[in-house]
Design a protein around this ligand. Structure first.
Ligand SMILES: Cc1cc2nc3c(=O)[nH]c(=O)nc-3n(C[C@H](O)[C@H](O)[C@H](O)COP(=O)(O)OP(=O)(O)OC[C@H]3O[C@@H](n4cnc5c(N)ncnc54)[C@H](O)[C@@H]3O)c2cc1C
Length: 282
């Protein structure tokens, strides 16, 4: 049976929280940072890898229907403080981007599970692209606080898109930027980089988010390193976000047993080795 089915659920109660926007600004041309303040002490209940469903507003131009899932980019130190980093991409996030400071917004959560992390780890390797950076930033903070060494492979279109400062938020890490613009983000180039890092640094665990291509690459690399733990935070289109609608099921294979799991409920964090890349019908 998949560990994601038997692992203990995070203890927090899922609820809707009315929050006030305290900060909201563009980080670059595509990403916005938003900091919310709730009267409820939600930050200590929120774990790295978990997400909230955001009730994006209705505007004259945009009428988002469903809530939109967003990973927690930061929580605390104040008990009501929750942060998100989001790509302005469609109806919901365009409407969200219009909200001014001091406006209110409802969020539902915390939802989903968390990364497996042991403070006894000596070093972790994080491999991030795009919005994966927002999802893994709290894990980086957790590792830094525990004194665990961090190596980050960050993939982006260009060096200007890297957002390494937003990712590390002051944590010390060895950063390797790879870019589409110069070909260093190709599967072949990233494979040789990661294999070299594994051989020289022997990380205890590898985490990834934000790229199916990188996920499949890591799955292949991990076949040669059974001693390294590997986890991915999956992004799947989802509606309810709490396990009811089944719109986000994905196929996983655990100990030879294939089963569909809900990314929102049994995930979004799964073992890299258990993800099934392609589903064949018929
Ligand atoms: C668990 C989880 C955590 C996420 N965390 C973040 C985050 O921290 N920051 C962030 O920017 N985005 C994150 N996403 C993706 C985010 O939910 C979508 O970008 C957002 O819902 C798009 O809404 P929209 O109305 O603006 O776009 P839509 O008009 O609905 O779609 C615009 C584009 O976004 C893509 N998209 C829509 N929903 C998703 C989805 N669930 N996953 C991937 N792509 C999607 C569509 O394919 C389309 O290309 C996360 C998704 C999940 C499932």
């Amino acid at each position: 049976m998949c560990a994601n089915l038997c692992s203990a659920e995070p203890a927090a109660t899922v609820a809707s929280y009315r929050c006030q926007i305290v900060e909201h600004y563009w980080v670059n041309q595509r990403y916005k940072y938003i900091r919310l303040e709730s009267d409820a002490p939600i930050a200590p209940l929120t774990l790295p890898g978990q997400f909230y469903q955001l009730n994006c507003p209705t505007t004259a131009e945009e009428q988002p229907f469903l809530l939109r899932p967003m990973s927690v980019y930061g929580a605390g130190p104040e008990p009501g403080r929750i942060e998100f980093l989001y790509n302005v991409t469609g109806v919901g996030t365009r409407a969200l981007a219009m909200l001014p400071v001091d406006a209110h917004m409802d969020i539902v959560g915390p939802l989903g599970n968390t990364f497996t992390f042991a403070p006894s780890f000596r070093r972790i390797l994080v491999v991030a692209r795009g919005v994966g950076l927002a999802t893994m930033a709290p894990l980086v903070r957790q590792a830094a606080n525990a004194g665990v060494e961090i190596t980050a492979v960050m993939s982006a279109r260009t060096s200007g898109d890297l957002m390494d400062k937003q990712f590390l938020r002051g944590a010390a890490a060895e950063v390797h930027g790879v870019f589409d613009a110069d070909g260093t983000s190709s599967v072949e180039a990233v494979e040789s980089l990661i294999r070299r890092l594994i051989n020289t640094q022997r990380p205890d665990a590898i985490y990834t988010c934000g790229s199916h291509r990188l996920l499949m690459l890591l799955q292949r690399i991990l076949q040669d390193h059974p001693d390294i733990h590997g986890e991915v935070a999956m992004e799947q289109r989802m509606a309810c976000g709490m396990g009811v609608c089944l719109s986000c099921v994905r196929l996983f294979e655990c100990d030879g047993d294939k089963q569909f799991l809900r990314v929102c409920r049994e995930g979004p964090v799964f073992k890299i080795r258990e993800v099934v890349g392609e589903v064949e019908f018929g």
